[in-house]
Design a protein. Structure first.
Length: 254
């Protein structure tokens, strides 16, 4: 989540409108017939920064909403303030407990210099809506195809209670076999327990699963510690088509 909230993917491909049942049965059949073997039986996906991308940069949203509350700092200053606030040590065990408001209230206040409660609530609610996020190009199609061929999938995220609502509004929550959220289970990546919980819920062994996330420590180090392979988003895989091709093996890959 950290990497996502300091940058924004500007793609306008909002795939919430994609309806899997409009897909041609022939295209799905072609995948089935060409795939001889799955490289993995399970796929774990990080949320913010991987499955979910911001529709607008954080600093632009904070500045836009803040204008009505007399916010004086500009977007560049907010961006730097946000990075400092988000990276600062958090005294409690979890940053995201329940709705995560204590943590986010501190971040918003430190980033903008504004401690107005109404301002914070408007910013917080903005990111609770699906419109604040979008799926990467090809994500819905890849998830649907992987599910269709029997790959078990879970979201594994350091996030607060807003995540389920976001995934529902983006029409993807029902495609996952499990959604593991740090604020619900009580531990955050890279804690091995959050990955083990995901494996238990989808019924896949560590060696048969792969995790995709955007954070070297939280995602890669955490997943590898329990024997799960990890591909870093933006480095090892850059599109959901890359993920699909590395999981579903064609005859030429064998």
């Amino acid at each position: 989540m950290e990497a996502c909230l300091t940058k924004c993917c500007h793609s306008n491909a909002l795939l919430r409108a994609f309806n899997p049942f409009r897909r041609s049965s022939m295209s799905i059949h072609s995948v089935r017939t060409s795939v001889q073997k799955k490289a993995y039986d399970g796929l774990l996906l990080d949320a913010a920064g991987t499955l979910l991308q911001l529709s607008k940069p954080v600093e632009e949203v904070y500045a836009s909403i803040g204008a009505k509350y007399g916010l004086k700092v500009n977007s560049a200053e907010i961006k730097q303030g946000f990075k400092r606030a988000f990276a600062a040590p958090w005294p409690d065990k979890l940053r995201y407990e329940g709705d995560g408001k204590p943590f986010w209230k501190l971040v918003v206040s430190e980033a903008t210099g504004c401690s107005n409660d109404d301002y914070f609530e408007e910013v917080y609610e903005h990111y609770a809506n699906g419109d604040a996020w979008h799926l990467p190009n090809g994500a819905y199609e890849t998830i649907f195809l992987l599910k269709d061929v029997g790959v078990k999938m879970a979201v594994v995220s350091n996030f607060d209670t807003r995540l389920r609502k976001i995934l529902k509004e983006l029409n993807v929550i029902d495609l996952f076999d499990a959604v593991i959220i740090s604020s619900e289970v009580g531990y955050e990546k890279p804690d091995s327990r959050i990955f083990k919980s995901a494996l238990d819920q989808i019924g896949v062994e560590a060696g048969k699963a792969v995790h995709v996330g955007d954070d070297e420590k939280a995602d890669k180090v955490g997943a590898n510690a329990v024997g799960i392979n990890c591909w870093l988003w933006g480095k090892d895989v850059k599109t959901f088509a890359d993920i699909r091709k590395r999981i579903l093996l064609s005859e030429s890959d064998l």
